[in-house]
Design a protein. Structure first.
Length: 214
């Protein structure tokens, strides 16, 4: 089973992760750094720590999508493809039917996503669209990393998606307060796990989301 145990050491290693998968993650990492010279995919200050700061940080969400009932994952504000490309690479051997849907309104970033999904032969869709303009979307998992604040993600989920099972989000050191504040207007169940890349951060899986008073 592919799980976040593979992320607890410097290099992503596990008997369950093939050398080909590791090579693809390495190639993707190099592609980001190369493309970052011409378009802003990640902060230049994080290039030296890209494996921890971006690749492993993204990959740790695999626990939440490596499920029998999860077939489609929608990445909002995809940017460089973090976490969507990483998850696609990790999951394609485990579940060839697993699909990642990307929403990224930037033309240049969308082109990069198309290049990466083709390069790694991922089951995917790339939409160069503003997610706020889309309606009646269907997915199993909504995932977002460094896109919009949690209340806005909640609103997108309820307004723009017709069906979804749960939402996976990255929260920083104020994450617990953000969740507590959100419970004033929303009802939901959540599961949290401490980030493997930052002691002050967490990953949350939110389910049964509903707005209070309608």
């Amino acid at each position: 089973m592919i799980d976040s145990y593979i992320l607890k050491i410097d290099k992503i290693r596990s008997p369950d992760v093939s050398r080909e998968t590791l090579n693809e993650l390495e190639s993707y990492t190099n592609s980001i750094i190369t493309k970052n010279r011409s378009i802003n995919l990640i902060s230049r200050s994080t290039e030296k720590s890209i494996k921890t700061r971006h690749i492993i940080d993204s990959a740790q969400t695999v626990d939440f999508v490596n499920k029998n009932d999860i077939k489609v994952c929608t990445d909002l504000g995809s940017g460089a493809g973090l976490p969507g490309i990483v998850l696609g690479i990790l999951m394609k051997v485990k579940n060839p039917l697993f699909k990642v849907v990307f929403y990224e309104k930037s033309y240049h970033k969308s082109i990069f996503l198309k290049e990466m999904t083709k390069k790694f032969n991922l089951n995917s869709e790339i939409h160069q669209k503003n997610i706020f303009d889309e309606k009646n979307l269907n997915t199993d998992v909504i995932i977002s990393r460094a896109f919009k604040p949690l209340p806005i993600i909640f609103q997108i989920a309820k307004t723009n998606f017709k069906n979804f099972k749960y939402i996976v989000l990255f929260l920083g050191r104020t994450g617990k307060k953000i969740l507590d504040d959100s419970l004033e207007k929303w009802e939901f169940d959540y599961e949290e796990k401490k980030s493997l890349t930052c002691n002050e951060s967490m990953i949350v899986k939110i389910s049964n989301l509903r707005k209070k008073n309608g």
